[in-house]
Ligand binder design. Structure first.
Ligand SMILES: *Cc1c(COP(=O)(O)O)cnc(C)c1O
Length: 394
């Protein structure tokens, strides 16, 4: 038997994806002006960005970045432990720990790397890792990478999670998204914290979509739920969503962070993020903490979208966060809807398997404080029209 050619096999998988209407396509954005983007020469209102507070183009962030770049240049030049760690990284970690009310924080290059790093450091071969079925791919991959025994509970089902923890006495981590990235619903954090306390498991919350958006001063979904730090000792969040920059961090006790500095391989064996990015992220933390009006505006846009959708008979997935889903069903239906929305001037890409379960393809609408009420009203009108024509075609 001749050996299978890897590139041919990859090409066959690509062709199969195309047949199933699941192919992803890279689009190049030609210009950005707040919530408006230009793609293929056409101006679209962008409802796909995770820049929930509208900070990505904030002048204070760009100025902090430029100032630090003029001091250091661009690259950190090395890993944190080998001379890559600068004042800007240390100041950012301090600001993040202070904001989230934790003893310490440690910056990672991306959220994906933070999750691999923290799960890899905490879990060993054969340990139990209990996770929500709809957790982000990086948490799932982190458990696999750590060699843990991954068990998944039904979405948001705290009782199911508790049963999985009760089944045996291996060391156990329970990991959950705080806000689910494709559905926008919020994890039952109090129930999960109780289950962890009762079964001596460690709770990790990935608050990529909660930080900056939920809780007093945007401190996140744990602060919103009123869960004590000792019941949720490992907090991970990203700097590339509501904070409008890039990167991620883990926050917790000094002992946790000391351990990660030694054993999180995605921290140890990688180049530090550019100090200028750390400076921009620290500026973003200051704005996100202080400018309550951004969260208030976001909340009023969410309420406007949901009440307007109800009036027009548009079914949205249950969510009180800026992530709002319109189920389309098949991948083909979701794509068709997304093309119609684009023709009407809105960027609302179709989210298809394997990002979401089969049969649950959808449009994911992400709101931002950069949107105006009129953007939401016009989105709803276009959506109602597109859905009507889909029903008529069926
Ligand atoms: C985006 C996201 C990540 C990954 O963060 P990046 O910084 O983009 O790598 C991790 N977890 C969740 C829940 C996310 O939504």
């Amino acid at each position: 038997m001749p050996r299978t050619d890897l590139l041919q096999r990859l090409a066959a998988s690509h062709a199969e994806r195309a047949r199933q209407a699941l192919l992803r396509r890279l689009r190049t954005v030609e210009a950005v002006d707040g919530p408006r983007v230009v793609i293929d020469g056409k101006t679209l209102v962008n409802f796909a960005s995770n820049d929930y507070l509208g900070l990505a183009q904030h002048p204070a962030l760009a100025q902090a970045l430029a100032r630090a770049a003029s001091r250091w240049g661009v690259g950190a030049g090395a890993a944190h432990l080998l001379g890559g760690h600068r004042e800007e990284h240390a100041a950012l970690e301090h600001a993040l720990a202070d904001w989230t009310g934790r003893e310490r924080a440690l910056v990672f290059s991306t959220g994906y790397m933070a999750n691999l790093g923290v799960l890899g450091a905490l879990l060993r071969d054969g340990d139990l890792c209990v996770q929500d079925k709809l957790n982000h791919a990086s948490l799932i991959d982190g458990a696999r990478y750590a060699g843990a025994d991954l068990r998944r509970y039904a979405h948001l089902d705290g009782a199911h999670a508790a049963r999985l923890l009760a089944a045996d006495e291996r060391p156990a981590l329970l990991a959950t998204d705080g806000v689910f990235s494709m559905d926008g619903d919020v994890a039952p954090l109090r129930a999960l914290a109780t289950a962890c306390r009762e079964h001596h498991a460690t709770l990790l919350v990935d608050d990529a979509h909660g930080l900056g958006v939920l809780g007093p001063r945007g401190a996140g979904s744990l602060a919103e739920a009123g869960v004590e730090d000792r019941d949720a000792p490992v907090l991970m969040a990203t700097l590339g969503k509501a904070l409008g920059v890039a990167g991620a961090f883990v926050a917790g006790s000094a002992a946790l962070i000391d351990g990660l500095v030694q054993f999180a391989r995605t921290f140890v064996f990688t180049t530090a993020i550019p100090p200028a990015l750390a400076a921009a992220a620290a500026a973003a933390v200051a704005v996100a903490r202080e400018e309550e009006w951004r969260r208030e505006k976001l909340a009023s846009l969410i309420a406007r979208l949901r009440s307007g959708a109800a009036e027009l008979g548009i079914a949205l997935l249950p969510s009180c966060t800026p992530i709002q889903g319109v189920l389309a069903g098949s991948a083909r239906d979701a794509l068709r809807l997304s093309v119609q929305m684009e023709n009407a001037g809105f960027y609302t890409p179709a989210i298809r398997p394997p990002t979401v379960p089969k049969g649950k393809a959808r449009l994911r609408i992400a709101l931002s404080a950069a949107h105006e009420p009129d953007d939401v009203d016009r989105l709803l009108a276009a959506l109602a029209k597109a859905l009507r024509s889909a029903t008529a075609a069926a």
